[in-house]
Design a protein around this ligand. Structure first.
Ligand SMILES: C[S@@+](CC[C@H](N)C(=O)[O-])C[C@H]1O[C@@H](n2cnc3c(N)ncnc32)[C@H](O)[C@@H]1O
Length: 435
């Protein structure tokens, strides 16, 4: 996503507002298309299952439609030839008008430099006496994979490149195919690269536990994970889990509230409760929204206990129309211009649904998933593996590992460093890996 517009006026304040979502009457929506009627059958479904279908249904889901979900720039932007911010904006405007893409992700806009920065961070921290193994989850068009492999081929000793493996785990069949094409532009990459088309949060796809050290990269994946929604009528009422049901007679979708009973939501609730108890009371969190990242991290720590993780995502989002805390942007594009829906229920395969990430909460969730900390106890577990984690602004990460001069315009303006203020990098390594 291009995150540069309207950000200057947005602070962090809205993260602390609106502890509860709007009452039920505001949440009734007309059907928009046949597809949304298919998402919900006769039985109600959890919000996370609704979002999962809207984004990943193999036929109609947003990410299954090859042409528009993840954009590829035909050629890299030559930042050094642009005068400054105005020229860059004009250039971007043209690129967006010429495509039916809602957002280009940073790895695309700043190719190949963004991926090269990530590759450098891996080379600088990895134990290079063992073969390098990299997993990428949700690799989109394959631009990151190709950029990383190019960089290692050109900058690391030949034995590192020759012995490396790069495994992409991609849920969308059309994007998996696109990744093969992108990486295949360099023939020698192909023997080291493979795509596994599956849901990374499904443990059964991973097979045996792997004890080898490895890297896991996730760029703008956490934001697209299906989230759950919990609702409370007021500050004293209990939290309820939200389901979506079809109103047959009116042809509308409607929210339905049930006492907390789903085991994934309940497990996540335990962590967030503990998280809250360590912090000041005015920091109210929409508690169940992170269940899917918990599921994914639980699975990853279970099968790849020695992984080092690099994730990049939005720390906040501007101008969100959907009510509620940590609510998503539901963004669509028609006739060359983007617009946002005011409900996630309006998404019908034509809209991206993406959430902001609370990186401190992510860190907490990860410590539980690695077994280092236990929910509700507030104490470290002796058996769990301690991890070293760091959260960096994108600009700090790129200044440390990238080549900022490559994304600088003639007058010194640097969109990668100056505009992407609402994205962060999360790095997490097992401590035995850092000695
Ligand atoms: C916003 S795109 C980001 C693509 C790319 N990382 C980038 O930055 O350009 C999200 C990607 O994650 C994939 N994805 C989402 N959930 C996934 C899951 N559970 N398992 C594997 N891939 C997933 C989507 O299909 C898509 O390729």
């Amino acid at each position: 996503m291009m995150a540069s517009h309207n950000l200057a006026s947005k602070g962090f304040a809205f993260l602390y507002h609106m502890p509860r979502v709007k009452p039920v009457d505001h949440w009734v929506y007309p059907f928009r298309a046949l597809f949304s009627t298919h998402i919900v059958g006769d039985e109600p479904i959890l919000v996370r299952d609704f979002i999962h279908s809207a984004l990943y249904d193999p036929k109609h889901g947003y990410f299954s439609q090859r042409s528009r979900s993840v954009g590829v720039l035909e050629r890299s932007i030559k930042f050094n030839q642009l005068e400054g911010r105005q020229a860059y904006m004009k250039h971007l405007d043209k690129i967006y008008k010429d495509s039916d893409i809602s957002w280009f992700t940073p790895v695309e806009l700043f190719k190949p430099w963004y991926a090269h920065g990530i590759a450098e961070s891996i080379l600088r921290t990895a134990n290079l006496s063992v073969p390098l193994k990299i997993y990428e989850i949700g690799g989109g068009s394959g631009t990151c994979a190709k950029g990383i492999m190019d960089y290692i081929m050109l900058n690391a000793p030949p034995r590192i490149y020759n012995n490396m493996t790069y495994i992409s785990v991609e849920i969308s069949p059309s994007l998996a195919e696109k990744q093969r094409d992108t990486v295949g532009e360099v023939r020698s990459h192909l023997s080291k690269f493979r795509v596994e088309c599956r849901d990374a949060a499904d443990k059964s796809g991973w097979g045996e536990v792997e004890q080898q050290q490895c890297w896991v990269i996730m760029l703008e994946v956490l934001d697209n994970l299906p989230h759950d929604l919990i609702y409370a009528k007021d500050q004293v009422s209990p939290w309820m889990e939200v389901w979506v049901e079809k109103q047959k007679e009116r042809g509308t979708l409607k929210e339905l509230y049930k006492p907390l009973q789903d085991s994934l939501i309940k497990r996540c609730f335990e962590i967030v409760d503990f998280d809250n108890s360590q912090k000041t009371q005015n920091r109210v969190i929409s508690k169940a929204q992170s269940v899917w990242s918990k599921k994914l991290l639980e699975v990853l720590h279970g099968v790849l206990p020695k992984m080092s993780l690099i994730a990049s995502d939005f720390s906040y989002l501007p101008d969100v129309k959907v009510p509620g805390e940590r609510a998503p942007l539901v963004s669509t594009k028609k006739d060359g211009s983007s617009s946002d829906y005011s409900s996630y229920l309006d998404a019908k395969g034509d809209a991206d649904i993406f959430f902001p990430t609370d990186f401190l909460l992510l860190e907490n969730i990860e410590h539980y998933c690695s077994g280092w900390q236990r929910p509700n106890k507030g104490e470290s577990s002796k058996q769990g593996k301690k991890r070293r984690t760091i959260i960096l602004d994108t600009s700090s990460f790129m200044e440390e590992f990238g080549l900022p001069s490559k994304t600088r315009t003639k007058d010194g303006y640097n969109p990668l460093l100056d505009d992407f203020k609402n994205t962060k990098f999360y790095l997490s390594v097992p401590t035995h890996n850092t000695k």
